[in-house]
Write a protein that binds this ligand. Structure first.
Ligand code: TRP
Length: 334
């Protein structure tokens, strides 16, 4: 596996319904790597249980997230698509890396601080060590490149630090991964409070556009998007609402900010918001159609899961065996 192509790894949590932020910032880019890299795309259900989940919902969303991967253009024949809990090496390496990660490092993670504030009644140890499990995901496959949204940058840097530390103690064991953060589309903001990231768990439904929202819902949400004072369609720091809409429009059409500004010169906010809604709905229509077909076929999704888990477990075993030897565990011959 590793010899022929460099490795890409990324993961998406099956919690909440994915937003256009997840789509533009991460999943849409995943397919770009399929030819040049050996790609692992994982549904990280073990990460999801760091906040309380309804079991039936978690199961359904795990199927859905896999279906969405495929609907977004990831061919299961060309990519290793799998579910994290199907490959026990993730949890196993996660534990080992816990022992090479400092309390202070984990305490500095902004996502931990945010999530602890939001889930004050359930600040569990898993929420705290979430980043070491993520490091395990990445390091297990000798990953070179990790496409993620900008909010995961800090976790990625920690993964690098853990890899470097381990390598320093035991000699080369892990490839030290790099992040791949798509610049313009990395951060899609809330439509209601455009200085905040668009979050799939936002309680205000109007703030979030979901990949599976029907066309009229998408258009309505964009029509209601908060804009700024003034009337010009121009990206500027004091115009976070309009700036966000410009980057969404640009991301769906492949146009640059100046191109979008030019296209809407002299037009009003109303026309612009409708146009953003339309390009978004148009772009998502084929994804939604494919998703509907796939999610009706659980047996197919299970076949993909099984194939993916077998391939991933096989590849992960090589790293695990190396790690066990390095740390001083006894490997019994079979
Ligand atoms: N923490 C990531 C997120 O919430 C999901 C994730 C888990 C991930 N493991 C990963 C992303 C490994 C990239 C690589 O978005």
């Amino acid at each position: 596996m590793y010899q022929d192509k460099k490795v890409v790894f990324s993961g998406v949590q099956p919690s909440g319904v994915l937003t256009i932020g997840n789509y533009l910032g991460a999943i849409k880019n995943f397919a770009y790597f399929s030819d040049a890299y050996h790609c692992y795309y994982c549904v990280v259900d073990e990460h999801a249980i760091t906040v309380r989940q309804m079991p039936a919902d978690l199961r359904r969303r795990t199927y859905e997230t896999l279906a969405l991967y495929i609907a977004c253009g990831l061919d299961p024949e060309k990519n290793t698509l799998f579910v994290q809990s199907h490959v026990s090496a993730h949890a196993e390496l996660g534990w080992i890396l816990d022992c090479y990660t400092m309390f202070g490092e984990l305490s500095r993670m902004t996502q931990f601080k945010d999530k602890s504030a939001k889930n004050a009644d359930n600040i569990n140890a898993g929420l705290f060590t979430y980043p070491t499990l993520m490091a395990a995901d990445i390091l297990l496959y000798q990953t070179e490149l990790v496409p993620v949204g900008v909010d995961q940058k800090q976790h990625l840097e920690l993964s690098r630090d853990i890899a470097l530390r381990f390598n320093q103690v035991y000699g080369d064991t892990f490839v030290v991964p790099d992040g791949y953060i798509a610049k313009e589309t990395a951060k899609i903001m809330s439509l209601a409070e455009p200085t905040k990231k668009m979050s799939k768990s936002d309680e205000n439904e109007n703030a979030v556009v979901r990949i599976l929202d029907p066309r009229d819902t998408i258009i309505r949400k964009f029509k209601r998007a908060v804009t700024d004072s003034g009337s010009e369609i121009r990206a500027a720091e004091d115009k976070p609402g309009v700036t966000n809409l410009i980057s969404i429009y640009g991301a769906f059409t492949g146009k640059s900010v100046p191109e979008v500004e030019k296209e809407f010169e002299g037009k009003g906010y109303g026309d612009f918001k409708l146009a953003v809604g339309e390009v978004c709905a148009d772009a998502l229509a084929p994804v939604q159609a494919q998703f509907a077909r796939l999610s009706a076929d659980k047996a197919y999704l299970e076949t993909v899961m099984k194939q993916g888990a077998e391939a991933a477990a096989h590849d992960a075993a090589r790293t695990m065996s190396k790690v066990r030897r390095k740390v001083g565990f006894i490997e019994l011959k079979r």
